[in-house]
Design a binder for this molecule. Structure first.
Ligand code: 48F
Length: 255
């Protein structure tokens, strides 16, 4: 068997160049690969839509890996249990209405589902700005590599186009803040105190198009709306991702 180092390098460079250049023009861009972004990717990518998850860290999974306070278990309430089942995530009943799953299995299976559905992943890639032109919509994203962002090097970014963008960046609602920073007509109320039941109940209403072409999803949706936080109960994240996928598919068809 032949193994040549330069051929290995060329295989990586040429394959990545081909795939990333094809994905510079997306139906749905999902910023953030936490639980809500992963569910959104898995459900939005079905039937051939061009969907990519842009994740600034090395690994996707966001705040789900660590479960509650580093103990790798998550709680999902009754409403979200069907999504655990849909993605083949095993769980056990702690008390009626409290389903407990492994956080590691949850990240792994949601990620696998998104891959199987056809979503593409761009990790170590950070969104730093949005494209808004005369139609007043978020129609693209300005991206850089995370090492460039972390080192603060003065390197110009690249840009991709997307019919619709999902802000799934968690508590920081990064994409919404990009719009606000440049004067976009958007109000970000900021996250409120811990109140799990309220936060989990209201998150679906907050998962909506918060600016033309931009959907807030997961904890970003609650942060924009001034809603409470909820800690390591994850049903709302899964349900929000599901709802964002439906909205993103509808909007991408209209554009
Ligand atoms: O924070 P995160 O897990 O978001 P989520 O899907 O879930 C929230 C829960 O984990 C938890 C909670 C609910 O129980 O309160 O916190 O709403 O994942 C957000 C992802 O977005 C990435 C970040 O690295 C993380 O993986 N991200 C953040 N900023 C950027 C980004 C950026 N500028 N570009 C790309 N990815």
């Amino acid at each position: 068997m032949q193994l040549d180092e330069v051929t290995i390098s060329r295989a990586i460079l040429e394959t990545h160049a081909e795939i990333s250049s094809r994905y510079l023009d997306l139906d749905i861009a999902i910023v953030g690969g936490g639980p809500s972004g992963l569910v959104c990717a898995a459900l939005a990518a079905e039937d051939g839509r061009k969907v990519a998850v842009i994740e600034k860290k090395l690994s996707v999974g966001g705040g789900m890996w660590g479960g509650g306070m580093t103990f790798p278990r998550i709680v999902v309430q009754e409403e979200g249990k069907r999504l655990l089942d849909q993605f083949g995530i095993r769980s056990r009943v702690y008390k009626p209405g409290y389903h407990v799953a492994s956080s590691v299995e949850s990240v792994a299976k949601l990620t696998a589902a998104a891959c199987d559905a056809g979503a593409e992943f761009f990790n170590l890639t950070s969104v730093e700005d949005v494209v808004i032109k005369e139609d007043g919509r978020v129609s693209g994203l300005v991206i850089t590599t995370s090492p460039v962002e972390m080192t603060g090097l003065h390197v110009d970014p690249l840009t991709l186009a997307a019919k619709v963008t999902v802000d799934a960046t968690g508590h920081d609602a990064v994409v919404a803040h990009c719009v606000l920073r440049k004067g976009g007509d958007i109000t970000i109320h900021g996250e409120s105190f811990m109140w799990a039941e309220r936060a989990e109940t209201n998150i679906i209403n907050h998962t909506r198009e918060i600016f033309p072409g931009l959907i807030a999803c997961g904890m970003a949706a609650n942060a924009v709306a001034g809603e409470a936080r909820m800690g390591p109960v994850f049903g709302g994240m899964l349900l929000s991702g599901e709802h964002a996928a439906v909205l993103a598919r509808e909007i991408s068809e209209r554009v």
